[in-house]
Design a protein around this ligand. Structure first.
Ligand SMILES: [Zn+2]
Ligand SMILES: [Zn+2]
Length: 915
């Protein structure tokens, strides 16, 4: 498929560039100016990205100053797992934070961004257990103390790879304040918070049904369970009623748990079972007598209306069992193996046992039927093994008490979600929250600071390790073996990183933090928990704003995953295109908080933007290496040419709107506005128009132009700096008259007012140029070819403006002879266009028109041939049935593209034929 006449714009259409930006490339740099700029010919990120990061860190640029009297801006990094390696999600998350940090720094605020890492309980323990496994060892061979030492060793040697990877994308974190959730300061916060909650009766220990991973052998909180639809079955079983020939039909999806049944329950008003009230049931296979109990809880309309009650293996049965004083019979071990209490099944895995039990029931004539059924089954989020509801003694946090103030803080607007739609997600979860199971049966983590006395049986809790029972003084005490859920320590992150429980200067200056930037997937895990801990232990909610962003997806909008093979490594992108290009791509599309689709084309496009800025700088430094002044305030707008007034007006407009947009987290909109301004207004138009006065013989005009070029370039760099910190810093360092780093330059202040008249006039110029370029494109004119043009207007103001701008129209639209309001020649054919009421005519020569029509017809024939092939494929049932969906999608995209091409060719043919 080749349609060669369509000149695709160099930049993606999403930025709505008008005209053809690459037509007027900056090739005509004056020949006899020698290269005194010291700016290399090409922008090479390798030569400056690392250099500047080192410079910033070594010069303490990222350090805050709590003593300075300035508005504060503070953030804590979402701590990546110590086992983590940088992926696109981290890169996006940290880029957004970095943009905000640099924006506020430019605004003159005192800025702090605290870095750190999470000890990641299960994940880290798994890494080291795997290493042991390779040596045929388990953690039990080492023992708890040695194992934990081993994990610390691993952490020192191999953990935290992600830290250095984050540096590559430029994060402005204060490394001197780096924290780790298991370091001394964070551990003190954990112990203190635990003790306060324990003393207040908000932490308690209870036997409950929890989510149990038989592989990791630990409890999991509700949100650590991932649900997936699986094929299962309802097994209908006969439970004989003793002393009768009757039976009760029970349906279950987990027949193996019948080994732990301690009753059958029916609704007291269910007429089907009234005659059986008071009878006993004989549990099949086990031959255990159990009561038939009645309870309003049983839903008569569901299934047979009779339930087997297994208090130790189902959360609802657990509650029913407590109410009726039923025995809690544990029928499997914590590894999911049937216990020795059942000789026929002892030692079997739970799923093997399920099959065996069904077989045995069938053999005994007790299996009524098996109905296939798809249901949602919980899996461990770490290892994917099926979760078992399991009774065990665990620690819980009373959530009702803690959730209320966290809800209130958001309701009262002390913390705002951006975008606001996430408020509802947060509220719904906290309003329906269940108590949080915080104990984990792991060795790596914060050990629960509770000691039980063997003599008096009471528990002691303290911040320091307890040596003697706080109740009877006995030394015969033992610490709880469990550790805390990892999210207990990360929930304290905004407090612990700033020094809490100590009342530090940092805590006073930077808490509450300004904003938390995070993905929506951890609103429950993390945001909500920081909120309720912050409300409990801090002076207020931990952040003013919570800025929620989307996911990074591939170019077709698919989630990146190993199985799809579409994962991109942010470090590869950095080495290929530079960190600035990676960063800019994240914000160059979509709107606030939406998912981001990335592709090589988009990264290339961002890199092109870097190159454009670089080339513009080289041009300015060659043509105006030493401007008489870089002090723009010396210029009086009344003395300036219209193009100068226009670019200054645009600069004012863009700095005002960028300041507001960035302050409101509209980082994408601000980026697009800045991009438009730099690429389109400044590079494509102003610099092109500046060539005339730079070459001209009016020293006043030349001096003013030089000053404006430098001023606008500096503003552009400052505006762009939060997005592209490296290239802007590098260019800044080459500009005459700049001192220090760009971050110290402040957010640009443009003192010139907006100038509507200049704006309208230049808009007319741009529209006329666009109209001529459209015709050029339709004629198939080569970029360097000049064509004549004729403009007509009855409006004297427009005529005057066009007259004044004639030279710019000629250069911008590649026009040889430009005539204004001349008569059309009746013997000549013209192609025409319209620009803000001005008629645009270009004479065409008939031979040329004929050639172009012939070429287009050939293209059309080729396109038709191609589309025929695609149509045929897409209507073939065989193809549709066999081809993978990506291939089908690709063919459909090809079809759409060809159709669009054919449409364009038809349009152009019509124009040429009517000319
Ligand atoms: Zn697991
Ligand atoms: Zn005691």
């Amino acid at each position: 498929m080749e349609v060669d006449f369509i000149r695709k714009a160099a930049q993606p259409r999403l930025l709505h560039l008008r005209g053809l930006p690459e037509v007027m490339a900056m090739t005509d740099i004056p020949q006899n100016t020698d290269d005194s700029s010291e700016l290399p010919k090409r922008s090479d990120p390798d030569s400056y990205e690392e250099k500047w990061y080192k410079h910033w860190v070594e010069n303490g640029v990222f350090a805050p100053d709590p003593d300075r009297d300035a508005p504060r801006f503070s953030m804590v990094i979402p701590p990546p797992n110590v086992t983590g390696v940088l992926h696109m999600g981290h890169a996006l998350n940290n880029t957004l934070q970095d943009i905000l940090w640099r924006y506020h720094k430019l605004m003159g605020h005192d800025c702090l961004w605290v870095p750190g890492m999470d000890h990641a309980g299960i994940a880290t323990q798994n890494v080291v257990e795997k290493q042991l496994m390779a040596q045929n060892m388990t953690r039990h061979d080492l023992g708890r103390e040695k194992f934990v030492e081993r994990v610390w060793e691993w952490k020192e040697q191999s953990g935290g790879t992600i830290k250095n990877q984050l540096k590559k994308i430029g994060v402005a974190v204060d490394w001197d304040r780096e924290r780790f959730t298991m370091d001394e300061q964070c551990s003190l916060a954990v112990r203190t918070a635990f003790k306060q909650l324990f003393d207040d009766g908000l932490i308690y220990q209870a036997s409950r049904i929890i989510n149990w991973c038989p592989r990791c052998k630990t409890a999991l909180s509700d949100i650590e369970v991932e649900y997936e639809d699986e094929d299962g079955a309802w097994y209908h079983i006969k439970y004989p009623v003793m002393g009768t020939d009757d039976f009760i039909e029970i349906a279950t999806t987990r027949p193996e748990t019948m080994l732990g049944d301690s009753a059958v329950a029916v609704n007291p008003d269910d007429e089907r079972y009234m005659h059986l009230h008071g009878k006993k049931i004989m549990l099949p296979l086990v031959n255990r007598e159990m009561p038939l109990i009645t309870d309003e809880y049983v839903d008569r309309t569901f299934g047979t209306g009779a339930l087997k009650v297994t208090p130790a293996h189902d959360p609802n049965d657990f509650e029913l069992g407590q109410k009726h004083g039923l025995e809690q019979i544990v029928m499997m071990t914590d590894e999911g193996i049937i216990t020795n209490d059942y000789p026929a099944y002892a030692g079997m895995d739970r799923f093997v046992c399920r099959k065996q039990i069904v077989k045995d029931l069938d053999a005994a004539g007790l299996l009524i039927k098996k109905e296939a059924y798809t249901h949602s089954v919980g899996h461990c989020y770490r290892c994917s093994v099926t979760i078992e509801p399991y009774i065990s003694l665990q620690w819980f946090v009373d959530m009702k008490t803690l959730a209320a103030p966290a809800l209130k803080a958001v309701a009262e607007g002390r913390t705002n979600f951006v975008p606001g739609r996430w408020t509802k997600v947060y509220n719904t979860w906290l309003e329906n929250i269940r108590d949080w199971c915080i104990s984990r049966q792991l060795w790596w983590g914060h050990r629960i600071p509770v000691w039980t006395c063997a003599d008096c049986g009471k528990q002691s809790c303290d911040i320091e390790d307890v040596a003697k029972c706080q109740h009877c003084g006995s030394e015969n005490i033992a610490q709880d073996p469990d550790v805390l859920d990892t999210w207990f320590s990360s929930g304290l992150w905004p407090l612990s990183t700033l020094g809490w429980p100590n009342q530090t200067k940092e805590l006073a200056a930077y808490y509450p933090t300004s904003v938390l930037v995070t993905g929506f997937d951890i609103i429950f895990f993390w945001v909500a928990r920081m909120m309720f801990f912050g409300m409990r232990f801090g002076v207020d909610a931990p952040f003013h704003d919570v800025f929620i962003h989307g996911l990074v997806r591939d170019e077709t909008g698919k989630k990146m995953s190993k199985s799809l093979g579409n994962v991109m490594d942010p470090l590869d992108i950095v080495s290929q295109y530079g960190a600035d290009a990676l960063r800019f791509t994240f914000v160059s599309q979509g709107s606030m908080g939406q998912d981001v689709n990335v592709s090589d084309e988009r990264f290339r496009s961002s890199r092109n933007f870097c190159n454009k800025l670089w080339n513009a700088t080289r041009f300015i430094l060659m043509c105006a290496p030493e401007p008489a002044t870089v002090d723009i305030t010396q210029l009086n707008p009344a003395d300036l040419d219209i193009k100068d007034r226009w670019i200054l007006s645009r600069a004012r407009e863009i700095t005002d709107s960028a300041r507001t947009l960035m302050g409101n987290y509209d980082l994408n909109e601000a980026a697009q506005a800045i991009y438009q301004f730099i690429w389109h207004d400044f590079c494509d138009w102003y610099i092109e128009m500046a060539k005339a006065p730079l070459r001209g013989d009016d020293p006043g005009a030349r001096a003013a132009t030089e000053t404006i070029l430098h001023a606008v370039l500096r503003w552009s760099l400052s505006l762009l700096h939060p997005y592209m910190p490296f290239i802007t810093e590098e260019i800044w360092s080459h500009l005459p008259g700049t001192q220090g780093i760009i971050l110290d330059s402040g957010f640009p202040e443009v003192a010139f007012e907006q100038d509507a008249q200049a704006g309208n006039t230049i808009a007319l110029l741009q529209d006329v140029a666009r109209a001529v370029r459209d015709i050029r494109a339709n004629l198939g004119a080569a970029p360097q070819e000049k064509i004549p043009a004729l403009l007509r207007t009855d409006d004297p103001d427009k005529a005057k403006a066009l007259n004044h701008l004639a030279e710019h129209i000629r250069t911008q639209a590649g026009v040889s002879d430009l005539a204004l309001n001349a008569d059309l020649d009746a013997a000549t054919k013209y192609m025409s266009g319209l620009a803000m009421g001005v008629e645009v005519f270009v004479p065409v020569d008939e031979e040329r028109t004929r050639q172009e029509i012939a070429r287009l017809e050939k293209s059309m024939a080729n396109a038709r041939k191609d589309i025929e092939k695609v149509d045929k494929k897409l209507s073939s049932q065989g193809f549709l049935a066999k081809a993978p969906p990506e291939v089908v999608d690709k063919e459909k995209a090809k079809q759409a593209e060809l159709l669009a091409d054919i449409g364009k060719i038809e349009q152009r043919l019509a124009m040429l034929q009517n000319a």
